[in-house]
Design a binder for this molecule. Structure first.
Ligand SMILES: O=P(O)(O)OC[C@H]1O[C@](O)(COP(=O)(O)O)[C@@H](O)[C@@H]1O
Ligand SMILES: [Mg+2]
Ligand SMILES: [Mg+2]
Length: 336
């Protein structure tokens, strides 16, 4: 008989790894898991309920907001607010940080940065979307402020993502490896399905929006040509895969190996993806699985955040392949 271990059971078991923990982080992860199930329920019947399409409004960064962006944002914030462990939430969908440190959360010490719905341009066409989250502790016992949100990725105590795909999975790390849980719809629980996830050291799949090719830095163009050039000894040409959902592209990269790149482009001279709630959490996960994540020349987790919605270029995936891409680019292309 195959033993079933739920996310809740796994979290309690792992609490022993944190001798001084009082269960707060475990409860926070539980709250995120609850919101994920609610969002999953809606994603699964998206065509049947009035949740497809745009709201007609732009979000704080001028991007078209989808109804599901708003719904997911509300669900995660509500779960964090009622869970009692989160004092501030920083969301892609909100221009400013939200203080939750009243009522049940008045003694909360965790800060959550979240992309409630990642890949939202894919919602209407039934391609996998996701949620990405990053968790830090406030720096002192004083009331948390924006300064506590703007911590380097190395300060994350946990990070994870949910992928709403052909099955729904929650993958997370608390800095001691990466574990993946698949939602079993018959019991409504995330169950351990991918223990101790390890990214292959090398890979033959590259993910980049090649439609932007003419606007890429020369080094990135060179790397793409390298991937496309025939060389049977190194398994080239490589396979190109790009969904437009960072969660889906990185989940594949984590399991099969390869590289995901979103470089600086003419449209996004500082990169497109957001440091605090996209790149930092994904970088912690990939590093914890044995991979590498940089902005082309510096480790993502060591970048100093200056603003809430700061963007960065990202090269992330199998260590060997990311190193190859870095060698072909020059640091000068990524100085901004
Ligand atoms: O369409 P582009 O420019 O290739 O960008 C795709 C990237 O943008 C994102 O969709 C941004 O995420 P959001 O949907 O949360 O804004 C990533 O998931 C994805 O990797
Ligand atoms: Mg996103
Ligand atoms: Mg989003």
């Amino acid at each position: 008989m195959k033993e079933v271990k739920t996310l809740g059971q796994f979290i309690i078991e792992k609490q022993a790894d944190f001798p001084y923990a009082k269960g707060e982080l475990s409860r926070l992860l539980r709250d995120i898991g609850i919101a994920a199930k609610i969002v999953n329920r809606e994603v699964n019947k998206a065509g049947l309920v009035d949740i497809l399409g745009g709201t007609g409004n732009g979000n704080t960064q001028g991007e078209q907001q989808q109804k599901l962006d708003v719904y997911a944002n509300e669900q995660f914030i509500s779960a964090l607010k009622h869970g009692g462990e989160c004092c501030i939430v920083a969301s892609e969908e909100n221009e400013d940080i939200l203080y939750l440190d009243t009522g049940v959360s008045k003694n909360a010490s965790y800060i959550v940065a979240i992309d409630p719905l990642d890949g939202s341009s894919n919602i209407d066409v039934n391609i996998a979307v996701g949620t990405i989250f990053s968790i830090c502790r406030k720096r002192s016992s004083a009331r948390a402020t924006l300064d506590d949100v703007l911590q380097k990725g190395t300060m994350q105590v946990a990070a994870g993502y949910i992928i709403y795909g052909s099955s729904t999975m929650l993958v997370y790390t608390t800095g001691k490896g990466v574990n993946g849980f698949t939602l079993d719809p018959s019991i409504g629980e995330f169950c351990l399905s991918h223990p101790n996830m390890q990214i292959p050291e090398n890979g033959n799949i590259y993910a980049i929006n090649e439609g932007n090719y003419v606007h890429f830095p020369d080094g990135v163009k060179k790397f793409i040509k390298y991937c496309q050039t025939e060389d049977p000894t190194s398994n080239r040409p490589y396979i190109s895969r790009y969904t437009g959902s960072m969660v889906a592209d990185i989940h594949r990269t984590l399991i099969k190996g390869g590289i995901f790149i979103y470089p600086v482009t003419a449209a996004y001279p500082k990169g497109k993806l957001r440091l605090l709630y996209e790149c930092n959490p994904m970088s912690l996960i990939v590093e914890q699985a044995g991979g590498r994540a940089t902005n082309g020349c510096r480790r993502i987790l060591e970048l100093e955040p200056e603003t809430l919605h700061q963007r960065t270029a990202i090269f992330i995936g199998s260590t060997e392949l990311v190193l190859t891409a870095e060698l072909m680019t020059t640091a000068a292309e990524f100085v901004f």
